[in-house]
Design a protein around this ligand. Structure first.
Ligand SMILES: [Zn+2]
Length: 404
């Protein structure tokens, strides 16, 4: 008789920190239909250990057993596969004016999303809203709260820098992981939005086969996720890849950071909006749904002007990133709509002299990301899933784990 998954009480079963368990889940995630003998061979664990772990994972609903398949020799063997709906995770993407939440299953497939506008909340207000949204999206989907394997949050970074591209004053030094973990019974992870989008691009997007790439995230400001040798690079303060304040124009435009001519004064949504007259600019700024932005065309005069101005500065950034990091590619995305990304890339490729040439003289490909405006949320949602399912994920992404 087929074993029925027991209902999970509490979260112990789903959150057991066990390397062997992850090894089994990882094997089954990568190869559907493995028998216990296959899993034993792949993981190098003892047959008894695998028998116990597989039984436990089946009981918890994370593994599904198929009908036994007749073997050439011995007993018929059951094939196992990961139950995509055995658990789920929630990814948040925060700006100063809105958050988006996506709920994804264990394969990273989106099951639901919600958005909410807010007005530069302080950390305490934001925590309440995120907890409320977590409960709401779970109950809207009719899911068992015990199967939530975690929350990931993508936000502009580094968290210590305030200003119009951050969330609000009061976030400097705020430990959102600790604050949320106190109030919610699941693991919590945080990444800056560029890093989260890079993770999404690596797991689900156009960088799946790449081991070295930079993801340039055009949001209200500008940041880059650095994925090098299969790892996200955070740096000493989590600020690696904060390219927005690179000086690119001596005596250029004033920047809220106090200096002049910073890159994000030219390459960012705020710089794009500055090309519109006051009324349109305000309308774009106040439209936190980004619907107005999505309706812009690369042929609109202000957008054309912005692309002309932004491209040479972006080319400088690509040059610097290429020289410093020698990546296989630079991906361009973030909140910028896909047609505008493509037009900006076209303009970039026309810049013969300052274009995307590396010091070795070969062209460094600059490509569009997948064009998902919620890529940072998807990447954030992947953090708890991969933390749960992949034994070396923590090393791979060097994620900051408050729950270990
Ligand atoms: Zn600046």
């Amino acid at each position: 008789m087929k074993k029925q998954p027991k209902s999970v009480t509490g979260t112990n079963l789903l959150h057991a920190k066990n390397h062997n368990r992850r090894a089994v889940l990882d094997a089954v995630r990568r190869h559907d239909g493995l028998s216990r003998a296959d899993i034993t061979r792949i993981t190098n664990l003892s047959a008894q250990t695998i028998s116990n772990l597989v039984g436990e994972l089946e009981d918890s609903g994370l593994l599904l057993a198929g009908e036994p398949i007749r073997q050439k020799r011995g007993q018929p063997a059951r094939p196992y596969r990961l139950n995509p709906d055995g658990g789920y995770a929630i990814g948040f993407q925060l700006t100063g004016t809105q958050f988006d939440a996506v709920l994804v299953n264990l394969l990273g497939k989106e099951r639901a999303r919600i958005s909410q506008q807010f007005n530069h909340p302080n950390p305490e207000q934001a925590i309440e809203l995120l907890i409320d949204a977590t409960h709401r999206i779970i109950s809207d989907c009719g899911l068992d709260p015990a199967r939530n394997i975690g929350i990931g949050i993508a936000m502009p970074g580094p968290v210590g820098i305030a200003g119009p591209t951050g969330i609000a004053p009061g976030w400097e030094g705020f430990d959102i992981v600790a604050a949320l973990s106190e109030k919610i019974d699941c693991p919590v992870f945080v990444e800056n939005d560029a890093d989260a989008a890079a993770i999404s691009e690596k797991l689900y997007g156009n960088a799946r086969t790449l081991e070295n790439f930079v993801y340039v995230f055009v949001g209200y400001g500008l940041g880059a996720g650095l994925f090098m040798d299969n790892q996200i690079i955070h740096g000493t303060n989590g600020a690696a890849g904060e390219i927005g304040h690179l000086p690119v124009e001596p005596q250029g435009r004033d920047c809220p950071c106090g200096r002049k001519g910073c890159l994000e004064r030219y390459v960012s949504l705020l710089a794009l909006y500055d090309e519109f007259d006051a009324a349109d600019r305000d309308a774009l700024l106040n439209d936190t749904t980004l619907n107005r932005l999505a309706q812009l065309s690369p042929d609109d005069e202000p957008v054309k002007r912005w692309i002309k101005q932004a491209a040479p500065h972006l080319a400088t950034a690509v040059q610097i990133l290429g020289s410093m990091l020698d990546p296989q590619a630079v991906m361009l995305g973030g909140l910028l709509p896909e047609p505008i990304v493509k037009a900006l890339l076209d303009e970039l490729s026309n810049l013969e002299v300052t274009g995307s040439r590396t010091p070795l003289g070969n062209a460094l490909p600059v490509q569009a990301g997948v064009g998902n405006l919620l890529s940072a949320a998807m990447g954030a949602a992947a953090l708890p899933i991969y933390h749960e399912l992949v034994p070396d994920f923590q090393n791979m992404l060097k994620i900051r784990d408050a729950n270990a």
